[in-house]
Design a protein around this ligand. Structure first.
Ligand code: TEU
Length: 520
């Protein structure tokens, strides 16, 4: 495995070195007793975020929305939904975050809007509407059905088209019928979305997470899927060359601003080489999500394959990897792996790999998915479990002023931030320690990467930068493993918080992650 090009000579850019923390605002902290988290609640917990040691926050959508897809169906890109507060509240939160050295990324949803958006209401009003071509309208097929065989992401049994009787045409929606796709081939759409970016960049936002941004370029012929893919949503494999010039112009909007504004794209493809293409020549996305590790499960071999694939795909094109284990769309990794011990060991690798790690609110507390009774199931993708409210205090209300919109995650009291703060054995203090270790090590932040020989169920790799070296060992086995480490090493961090500062004797405990440094 050739070391990555991420060595100390690489130009220092904040988005290459900082750890980003995703906040799902409706579940973070409520302050106006409506049971839904809000911007003021994030402000009340800004110390938790600064003390954790992350460097940037990514807020899932806070815009006006009917909430059919919980904010990813935007009805006004340039206003805050009253559920979360208002623009003045956002400006206050942005100021508080910047005062604590935290950058703020907003979740930009370029591919589609809500059916309630003024743009779509105008577009659907008539075939001669000046905004008709802002969305993807087509005549029915010869049999009167949808124009092609594309299916919708949340319901592959349904077409990605909805018929509009008033104008006798279908409109495209790769997600819900309530989320019509914008037509990015129309320069007016591109210009309007660039203005959305400028609206928030002018307010001081440090950048964006761009929702399914790989979908914005489309072949105007909208050809049928081949039979073998006819029942699959395009989200997982839509890889359209027409997207790249659009991304270069989006990047141009950000580059026109001072302060190193950055954009991370959600590219839901499964091929890391394809994802790396969205880096362009360094003139498209700064970063792109890669879900290879999130999809790898608790298995050393699959982790090794995923990491190798990403590093080998990104290094030749100068792309900078990202790593993520949980987000608002997938079951939390404590639930997926089956234990907090495994999740803590995984965090050691997550925060030591070459690239930018993304944390999902609550993973620093070791939260697992909440059990959601049928009558509280409200999400079109069934993703409520990972979106349960964050418990801040031990007491039964866990620091929330009213009953939250979803049930609490398991052990909410014992896993609350209050219960864990200051307990050196807690998951919260482990994350704070791992972030401290990362901040103290040029090797972990920006160094080279190389695999190290180890037993098959131990993930072992080296990081190096000039005179700073670290070795990372993660034992995926349910019993201890020995790893020969020539030279003298000491334990910088252990997911079990055992033996830290002591000499490493060669044994890695069951389901333990270690960061080692040469003995001082
Ligand atoms: O997700 C895109 C996406 O691929 C997910 O919908 C995923 O397929 C699904 O959640 C599988 O569990 C982005 C946002 O992260 C998601 O929350 C939105 O629902 C979606 O786009 C539409 O905007």
């Amino acid at each position: 495995m050739s070391p990555t090009s991420g060595g100390p000579t690489t130009r220092r850019r904040w988005w290459r070195e900082t750890v980003v923390y995703q906040i799902y605002p409706r579940s973070f902290l409520d302050t106006d007793a409506d049971g839904v988290g809000d911007l003021r609640g994030i402000g009340h917990r800004i110390d938790h975020l600064a003390d954790l040691g992350v460097g940037a926050l990514w807020l899932s959508p806070i815009y006006r929305s009917p909430m059919t897809d919980f904010g990813y169906d935007v009805s006004d890109h340039c206003d805050v939904d009253p559920l979360f507060g208002d623009l003045a509240e956002f400006d206050r939160l942005l100021g508080r975050a910047h005062d604590r050295g935290l950058r703020v990324l907003l979740d930009w949803v370029p591919n589609h809007t809500s059916v309630e958006h003024a743009w779509f209401r105008e577009s659907r009003s008539s075939r001669s509407s000046p905004k008709r071509n802002w969305y993807v309208w087509r005549d029915p097929a010869a049999d009167g059905g949808p124009p092609n065989n594309w299916v919708a992401a949340f319901d592959p049994d349904s077409p990605a088209w909805t018929y509009d009787g008033r104008t006798g045409q279908y409109y495209l929606h790769l997600f819900l019928p309530e989320q019509p796709d914008l037509n990015w081939a129309n320069p007016e759409v591109e210009s309007a979305q660039h203005d959305v970016l400028r609206f928030w960049l002018d307010r001081g936002v440090d950048g964006f997470r761009a929702d399914v941004v790989h979908l914005i370029g489309k072949d105007p012929a909208l050809p049928d899927e081949p039979p073998e893919r006819a029942s699959q949503s395009r989200v997982g494999y839509h890889h359209e060359p027409r997207t790249h010039p659009l991304l270069r112009r989006i990047r141009g909007v950000l580059d026109a601003y001072p302060g190193d504004r950055a954009i991370v794209g959600e590219i839901n493809l499964h091929d890391s080489s394809a994802i790396a293409e969205y880096h362009g020549e360094g003139d498209e996305l700064h970063l792109a999500f890669n879900f290879a590790l999130l999809r790898a499960g608790w298995n050393a071999r699959r982790w090794r394959t995923a990491i190798t694939e990403v590093v080998e795909a990104y290094e030749p094109v100068g792309a900078w990897p990202t790593w993520v284990l949980s987000n608002h769309d997938e079951p939390r990794h404590v639930t997926r792996y089956g234990s907090v011990a495994r999740a803590r060991a995984a965090a050691v690798a997550l925060l030591s790999l070459p690239g930018t790690p993304f944390l999902y609110a609550g993973e620093e507390l070791g939260l697992s998915d909440a059990a959601i009774p049928p009558h509280l199931r409200v999400d079109p993708g069934g993703r409520e479990g990972c979106r349960a409210p964050i418990p801040w205090e031990r007491g039964p209300d866990h620091g929330w002023p009213a009953e939250p919109w979803l049930p609490w995650p398991p052990s909410a009291g014992a896993l609350s931030a209050e219960a864990q703060r200051g307990d050196p054995t807690s998951t919260l203090e482990l994350y704070r320690h791992l972030l401290r270790v990362r901040r103290s090590s040029e090797a972990l932040r920006a160094g080279t990467f190389a695999w190290r020989d180890a037993p098959p169920d131990v993930l072992a790799f080296d990081r190096g930068a000039e005179d700073d070296r670290r070795a990372v060992l993660v034992n995926f086995a349910a019993s201890p493993r020995s790893v020969a480490m020539p030279g003298a090493w000491e334990i910088d961090a252990s997911s079990r918080r055992k033996r830290e500062g002591q000499a490493f004797g060669g044994a890695v405990s069951a389901e333990e992650g270690l960061v080692l440094r040469p003995s001082r």
